[in-house]
Design a protein around this ligand. Structure first.
Ligand SMILES: Cc1cc2nc3c(=O)[nH]c(=O)nc-3n(C[C@H](O)[C@H](O)[C@H](O)COP(=O)(O)OP(=O)(O)OC[C@H]3O[C@@H](n4cnc5c(N)ncnc54)[C@H](O)[C@@H]3O)c2cc1C
Length: 403
């Protein structure tokens, strides 16, 4: 069986679903038949179940994108925890020393700096939106082959179940190990970090005070992110060996490790949730487009999670791509034309590259034991604290909104 679509999105992660919803709800909707396929099983989300293991810091820029799609109120109504403060410090300095970086929403006349939300909840809200928009979403349907058709007439896709489709534009939103990227022959620049991120939920002794805490330890940063039920989600970037050990030790032992590693900033931490560990790497596709194929989200770029920016960059990609495709159609162009897709690439690649190198530089800066680098680090943090325009600019980039 072979079907015909204008756009197929490969990957029903948060980014792929955002692209599909923005295209299907946007000004070009009537001229685009959009479909989403995912290799995995349909995700199950239950608002009455426990908070999922994977949560993300969602910037105000992404909140505004989700608001435009009409899904933010539903997400917020279930459980999203605002954070109003960020507190970042080096383990080699005091938590309240002059080098500690503190950001308050009130300093920027904002009610909050962002939200901590379950990835599964965002997916669930976007999937419901796609049902309302009549978009066909298929799970257990991996893209297996990709054939680019001659004279810019799109591509032919082969699925794991043997079916095929002909499409004008294939959007590769299939994550860091993207099959679409590989099948399209798009190379990546990639490097592994000597770190894995250990993730679990903790019950803190003290109130989390709607604050996102981050302590830079010698092996990597430890982040404590507030959850709506009073717990915190920990993302502990550490050596792969220690992360592996942390998966195996008892709750009591891990609680002791994390209480020490956090400098008891929230008192005693008690493990209260499942655990997972994720190897960390940075990666950037050399190009985002070729005729009939375009990459978004982690398929195009993976960044270190220390700044909580991966999915926010991906949602910004989705918005840029939907805008570019709608403009192209309004101007009589084809959505899969290379000049159209290059416009999208030009709109996003610089911002993604900047965040990739910024997070990489920050990670290396804090991993270094050199005295010279330590001096640079503490001196830099003190200066940063004193220069208001620099603080404002950094917060503006992290929040994804003009201030
Ligand atoms: C520990 C950790 C903490 C993080 N914290 C944050 C944070 O606080 N804030 C933030 O912004 N980001 C954070 N990130 C990054 C964020 O999780 C990712 O950037 C984001 O999930 C990428 O979304 P995506 O939709 O591009 O890709 P994915 O979520 O990887 O989704 C890809 C989808 O494609 C599907 N797929 C794969 N192969 C195929 C195929 N052949 N055919 C069809 N479908 C396929 C998969 O099944 C999957 O559903 C964190 C990452 C880690 C590891």
């Amino acid at each position: 069986m072979s079907e015909r679509y204008e756009v197929v999105v490969a990957g029903a992660g948060m980014v792929g679903l955002s692209v599909a919803a923005l295209l299907a709800a946007g000004p070009a909707a009537k001229r685009l038949q959009v479909s989403v396929v995912d290799a995995g099983a349909r995700p199950a989300y239950s608002a009455s179940g426990d908070v999922g293991l994977r949560v993300s810091a969602i910037s105000l820029g992404s909140v505004s994108g989700l608001q435009k799609l009409g899904v933010w109120d539903a997400i917020r109504g279930v459980r999203a925890c605002s954070y109003e403060r960020m507190h970042v410090w080096d383990a080699r300095c005091a938590v309240d020393g002059p080098e500690a970086l503190r950001f308050e929403a009130a300093e920027f006349a904002l009610p909050e700096l962002g939200y901590i939300v379950e990835n599964g909840l965002i997916q669930q809200a976007l999937l419901s939106k796609l049902v309302d928009l009549g978009v066909d979403v298929r799970f257990d349907t991996p893209i297996a082959t990709l054939e680019t058709l001659p004279r810019g007439s799109g591509c032919r896709l082969g699925y794991g179940d043997g079916t095929t489709s002909k499409v004008d534009l294939l959007v590769g939103a299939d994550g860091a190990g993207s099959t679409v990227r590989r099948a399209a022959g798009i190379p990546v620049k990639a490097w592994r970090y000597p770190q894995s991120a250990l993730v679990t939920h903790l019950r803190p002794e003290f109130d989390h005070a709607h604050t996102a805490w981050q302590r830079f330890l010698v092996d990597g940063p430890l982040a404590l992110l507030p959850l709506a039920d009073g717990r915190v989600s920990v993302v502990w970037s550490t050596t792969p060996d220690l992360a592996k050990e942390a998966l195996a030790v008892s709750d009591e032992e891990l609680g002791r490790w994390l209480t020490d590693a956090s400098d008891r900033v929230l008192g005693k931490l008690t493990v209260d949730g499942p655990r997972g560990a994720f190897p960390l790497k940075a990666q950037h596709a050399v190009r985002y487009a070729q005729p009939g194929v375009v990459l978004v989200g982690d398929a195009a770029h993976s960044v270190h999670p220390l700044a909580g920016q991966g999915v926010n960059l991906g949602i910004a990609d989705a918005e840029e791509l939907a805008r570019t495709v709608a403009d192209a159609l309004a101007g009589g162009e084809h959505p899969g034309d290379l000049p159209t897709l290059r416009r999208y690439e030009r709109g996003r690649k610089g911002a993604n590259q900047t965040m990739l190198y910024f997070t990489d530089m920050l990670n290396r800066l804090f991993l270094s034991d050199s005295r010279a680098v330590a001096g640079l680090r503490t001196g830099g943090m003190r200066i940063f604290n004193r220069i208001a325009p620099l603080r404002r600019r950094a917060v503006q980039v992290a929040l994804g909104i003009p201030l």
